[in-house]
Write a protein that binds this ligand. Structure first.
Ligand SMILES: *Cc1c(COP(=O)(O)O)cnc(C)c1O
Length: 365
């Protein structure tokens, strides 16, 4: 067995070991098929079964209602920044509301303004993007085409505890870095999407869950690939989909159902893992200072700083010697970021917690 380290990468990120082993086992030939998943047509029976199974498993995990479509697209979450306003805003004579809680919300906003009229409903800039707002702090324009939020800001480590209230206005959510981390009331959303490479699989596929009635907004003059309705009509086979990435999402969903026991159990485990690190931060007398305000702390990306840059580099260097890797914060914000997605073993988080305690003790002695 090849040696694996404790990988705190923000994405592409750690995958469940049992999933990787199954991929390895079945890579030469899928059982009963005699060909690898990399070599089969997307229109044949073997891949049709994989695609169906992936959708079925996601429906079971998230209790996705019948009137929602699941699409598997390419172009990453970044393409969704454009596809969302192209499909849901273009031609409506309305504006869309954007809630800016961090770097990814800002990037989504940057693309959306190219497409139509956009209103900023709330901007966390003045507090350094360290929290998600309360419903009372901003008002949805009741005429808005949609309200756009980012459920987990991967770079700042800011996550909402629950969905904001948007009334009749469809809620659109970038859930790229916390998809499948906990149960989600899908019926509260008009559209929710996630690229796979944080919490659901490898890079290459983006999962879009969209309510049927919103598909009617997609105009015929959109380029074919950029039209949600075209993908829904062709059941994600408008063009060759990223077959291998979808196959992996299927295995990850199977792991969540059969080994973890569903999203409620996953949520509890994620809560436990995050609490180990946040408690260490809170009990360090300010040596470690968390970026996010406690009520908005992310279960997926734990962001914090040390008293100075020198200690931070020392922390990263010593951590790496203990095989705790990819802990540097995003280049735009610095500091430390421990990404502890679903597949991150509890034991690895405990190792990091122990290392943080030791590092602190050594400063004091
Ligand atoms: C990683 C990430 C993205 C960007 O995803 P790409 O697939 O690289 O386009 C967007 N939003 C969030 C919240 C992310 O974590």
């Amino acid at each position: 067995m090849t040696h694996r380290v404790h990988n705190f990468s923000p994405g592409p990120a750690v995958l469940p070991e049992s999933v990787l082993m199954q991929v390895q086992r079945d890579l030469l030939a899928l059982p009963g098929v005699g060909m690898s998943v990399l070599e089969i047509t997307h229109r044949g029976p073997a891949f049709t079964e994989i695609l169906q199974s992936t959708k079925d498993r996601l429906r079971r995990l998230l209790h996705i209602p019948e009137n929602y479509q699941i699409l598997f697209l390419q172009g990453g979450s970044r393409l969704q920044f454009s596809m969302i306003p192209m499909n849901l805003l273009r031609g409506t004579n309305r504006s869309a509301d954007y809630v800016l809680t961090g770097s990814w919300g800002l990037k989504a906003h940057e693309e959306a303004v190219r497409e139509g009229s956009i209103r900023v409903a709330w901007d966390g800039k003045s507090s350094g993007y360290n929290r998600f707002p309360d419903d009372a702090e901003w008002q949805v324009d009741p005429q808005a085409a949609y309200v756009y939020v980012t459920s987990n800001e991967t770079i700042e480590g800011v996550q909402f505890a629950r969905e904001p209230v948007t009334g009749e206005v469809p809620l659109v959510c970038d859930a790229s870095s916390d998809f499948l981390c906990r149960p989600v009331p899908i019926a509260r959303y008009g559209l929710i999407y996630a690229c796979a490479q944080k919490n659901a699989g490898p890079a290459g596929v983006t999962i879009v869950i969209v309510r049927d009635d919103l598909l009617d907004r997609s105009r015929k003059d959109l380029p074919g690939y950029l039209n949600y309705r075209a993908h829904a009509k062709e059941d994600s086979l408008f063009n060759t989909p990223p077959t291998f990435a979808i196959y992996l999402v299927n295995l990850v969903a199977g792991w969540l159902l059969d080994e973890i026991g569903g999203l409620e159990a996953m949520h509890q485990q994620n809560r436990r893992k995050a609490d180990l690190l946040y408690r260490t931060i809170d009990e360090s007398n300010g040596f470690y200072s968390g970026h996010a305000q406690p009520a908005s702390r992310s279960m997926m990306n734990v962001t914090f700083r040390l008293p100075n840059d020198e200690l931070q580099s020392q922390f990263l260097k010593l951590a790496e010697q203990q095989e705790l890797v990819n802990l540097a914060g995003h280049r735009s914000v610095g500091g430390i970021r421990a990404s502890i997605y679903n597949a991150m073993p509890v034991a690895s988080v405990e190792r990091l917690r122990d290392f943080m305690c030791e590092f602190l003790q050594n400063q004091r002695s």
